[in-house]
Structure formats: structure tokens, C-alpha cells
Design a protein around this ligand. Sequence first.
Ligand SMILES: Nc1ncnc2c1ncn2[C@@H]1O[C@H](COP(=O)(O)OP(=O)(O)OP(=O)(O)O)[C@@H](O)[C@H]1O
Ligand SMILES: [Mg+2]
Length: 237
Amino acid sequence: MPAARLEVQGLAAGYGSVGILGDISFAVPAGGRLTVLGRNGVGKTTLLATLMGLTTHKGGSVKVGDRDVTGLKTYARAAAGLGYVPQTRDIFRSLTVEENLFTGLKGRPRTDLEAIYTMFPRLAERRNHGGMQLSGGEQQMLTLARTLLGKPTVLLLDEPLEGLAPVICDQLMETVLKLAQSGEMTVVLVEQQIERALDFADDVMVIERGRIVWQGQAPQLRADQGLVDSLLGVGIG
Ligand SMILES: Nc1ncnc2c1ncn2[C@@H]1O[C@H](COP(=O)(O)OP(=O)(O)OP(=O)(O)O)[C@@H](O)[C@H]1O
Ligand SMILES: [Mg+2]
């Protein structure tokens, strides 16, 4: 399936009675790349979790292609094309790499697994290693690989680079960029490494206290250090 457009209108959400996100509207065209930036605790993870139906819905809508997924449960959203790589690397630590991948295969042909091993040679080498024996980077690759086996049309990535060595970050971002450029998926990336995030994105969105405070193109933000400072309070590069 080719990449799908993601459209979010007036989304509001939280946890139980607590409101976290409000009035979130944006769209990513099919095959587009959006980076979501923001300081710690502003609601970036909550946004991705909300797109997956994992928080308390308080208003607004989410569309994947032509499909309105707002009222759907998480598994149905996944079936509608949303793939989610959470900030907490969700692997089964007691299973091997290959067994972890099998859980993402869900009856699809084994050849899909070989395609994933080609994309992640490191996982191929470690296919019989236990999840517990993997490095942070390998765990992140495994989580991403398992999500990709579900053939998402919109991929949601929550800080995939957190805690990884620079060279592993390079490899991972290269893989994700290739995927996005293949036209097979639309990608929403939450990332705190601003330079890498801007290298990746077409469009950028900055969140502050659960609201969008800036939306624009990556080069605009890159060219304006004052804006970066005021929005994110950090230097770039
Ligand atoms: N399960 C939860 N129940 C209640 N409140 C939560 C829950 N998860 C997060 N929050 C609150 O929601 C707000 C946004 O948190 P969130 O994890 O979305 O931020 P974030 O931007 O992803 O931060 P970080 O950059 O540290 O990952 C915070 O105030 C946090 O305390
Ligand atoms: Mg987060």
C-alpha cells in the first residue's frame, strides 16, 4: 500500500480528566515528512499516543487517507495503516530477535522477514540473540523493524535516536529517510536532536504546553536562531 495522507483537525486529548493537548490541527501529505519538536513534557508523546487511540479523546478528528479513525481502537488504527514506534522500546526481552519479528509478521509471508533483514543487516546477524542481549540501538532497530512488518502507510516515530551513539543515529535516520522517500509511507518524527530532525523533515511543528506554537518549513526554522532559541531554548548544531 502506498503512503497515506494524515489529517488532524482540532484534536484535544489527555489522560482521564486531565487535559494535555488542545486544538491540534495539521496535515501531512502522502509521502510527506513532519518533525514534531518541543521541550520535555510538552505533549509530543501524548500526541503520537493520541493518534493511536491510547489517550482520552476530548475532541477533534484524525484521518488516515480517506478513513476517519477517530472512533477506532488502537488495533483498528494499526489495521487502517498507522504504525507506531513508541519512545519506550517495546520488544519482548525474553524472545529472540527473530521471534520478536515473527510477532510483527502476523501471517504475512516469510519473505517479508528477509526484506527486513536486508534493511537491517545487524538484526540478521543477531537473529538468534535474545532481546535482553541487544544494545539500545539494536533494540530500537528491532522495534522499528517489527513495526515495518505491519506495512504502515503512516509511520509515527517517538524519539528513535534517544540514547544512541552518533554513528547508529546516522544509520537509523538514513534508513527512515529511505523509507519515507520510497513513497511507501508518510512519516511523523518526534525528535529532540534538532539538527538531525531538521535534516529529515519537510515540515516542522513546535509544541508548547499541548498547543502548536509554530508550524513551517525546516529551512525557515534553521535560518532563524532567535526563533529556535525562543521556541526550544537551545542552540542548534
Ligand atoms: N500516562 C499519563 N498519565 C497522566 N499524565 C501523563 C501521562 N503521560 C504523560 N503525562 C503528562 O502529560 C504531559 C505531556 O507528556 P508527554 O510524555 O506527552 O511529553 P513529551 O513532550 O513527550 O516529553 P519528553 O520530551 O520528555 O518525552 C506531561 O505533563 C506528563 O506529565
Ligand atoms: Mg515523549
